[in-house]
Ligand binder design. Structure first.
Ligand code: UDP
Length: 380
């Protein structure tokens, strides 16, 4: 009989849903037919108003009100967010235990920082302890609410989050440092570059910079694209790929631009692994998923910004490991790319090699195998 796995996520940022889908794909590929896996958006679909409005507030909080975000995230104010989460969890616990009764999972996977407290309250109320693991989808800085001492396993992607799990009271045999759960497509070696570039309509011989603004196409991507067009046009080497995400207006404006270099302007792409494998460096905000994917593909990274709180530590992670730079100013980003494609090509290859050595292409499968081990141990 199929065993049931319930994945708890919420759409606060693209990463949680993407991680949930990556894990589901990993189970389906490695254990075909063995598990029935459901993904639920706990906050939107199960919580009462106004708690269910939280995902809508996320873009506002992280982009427009960073001071408030910092307050919820700041080291000195963790007590505040813990109190808020406990109040919210008490309001939500009835609905969550109903969800657990309804889905009747053999194992629960959480990919969201706000799920732990309410889930353990719900299980206490139900007087039923369902095997429960947390997969942390932040890379280096993470909110302490991710780490609950009673989980059967926690999966982390950096020394920093490992230390946070230890600090929360988890013993070493329940903490697993395996990398972020990235879509299984990144675990496959890419097609040869000439073939990829031909299929993607790119120029064959020019080095390529990939600009992405996260799933929603936020950030100063447009200005960076214009500056790269000018700088690479003047230096005589380079091509550009822009991924605008769901930002249609920006996509249209960039498509209409008078390009001095070969340019591929995309909306939301679902073959990111191909675009990354076909390019030579990437400019992005400090999103954990994008950084982990870029490392797997050996792409040196220019970080153009970060969300205060959970993305903050990703900046030193990239810079201190020698796989890229943090530059906010679009003209300076463009000048750096032009140097990397010109006099600093050797430095670019060095960063590329270091990036590849830091990547975890098999992370999703390693996490999935370990979770199956937890389930087998619990049901033996
Ligand atoms: N992404 C994608 N297609 C796009 C734009 C983004 O597949 O057109 C993916 C990207 O590869 C990454 C995720 O969206 O896996 C973004 O996650 P990240 O953690 O970098 O940032 P978030 O949007 O969650 O803040």
């Amino acid at each position: 009989m199929q065993q049931r796995i319930l994945i708890l996520m919420s759409d606060t940022g693209g990463g949680h849903r993407a991680s949930a889908q990556a894990l589901k794909a990993g189970f389906d590929e490695r254990y075909p037919g063995r598990f029935a896996i459901e993904i639920i958006d706990v906050i939107t679909d199960y919580l009462p108003w106004p708690l269910n409005q939280m995902p809508k507030a996320y873009p506002f909080l992280s982009n427009d009100a960073p001071w408030l975000w910092k307050l919820l995230y700041g080291n000195q104010t963790h007590g505040l967010s813990r109190t808020l989460s406990q109040v919210g969890s008490r309001l939500a616990v009835g609905r969550i235990s109903q969800a657990f009764e309804q889905h009747a999972p053999d194992l629960i996977i959480s990919v969201h920082p706000l799920m732990q407290v309410v889930s353990f309250l719900a299980m206490a109320q139900m007087q039923r302890r369902i095997p429960y693991v947390t997969v942390v989808t932040d890379l280096t800085t993470a909110h302490p609410l991710w780490f609950h001492p009673q989980v059967d396993a926690v999966y982390v992607a950096s020394d920093n989050t490992y230390a946070m799990a230890e600090h929360a009271g988890l013993p070493a045999d329940r903490i697993h440092l395996l990398g972020l759960p990235i879509r299984p497509a990144f675990a496959q070696p890419p097609r040869p570059r000439p073939e990829l570039r031909a299929a993607l309509g790119m120029a064959q011989d020019e080095p390529a910079v990939l600009l992405i603004g996260g799933g929603e196409g936020i950030g100063p991507v447009e200005e960076i694209a214009r500056r790269c067009n000018r700088a690479l046009g003047e230096s005589g080497a380079g091509q550009i790929v822009v991924v605008c995400g769901r930002n249609k207006a920006m996509q249209e404006r960039l498509a209409a631009l008078d390009w001095a270099i070969p340019a591929a302007i995309n909306g939301f792409v679902d073959n990111m692994q191909e675009w990354m494998a076909a390019c030579d460096c990437i400019v992005t905000k400090a999103g954990p998923g994008t950084i982990a994917e870029a490392l797997i593909c050996g792409l040196p990274i220019i970080l153009s910004g970060f969300i205060p709180g959970q993305e903050e530590g990703n900046v030193p992670y990239v810079v201190d490991n020698g796989v890229g730079a943090y530059i906010e100013e679009p003209a300076e980003i463009a000048a750096t790319v032009a140097r990397w494609f010109g006099p600093q090509r050797d430095a670019l290859s060095g960063m590329s090699e270091r990036a590849r050595s830091m990547g975890h292409p098999q992370a999703t499968f390693d996490i999935v195998n370990s979770i199956v081990g937890v389930l087998e141990a619990k049901t033996a």
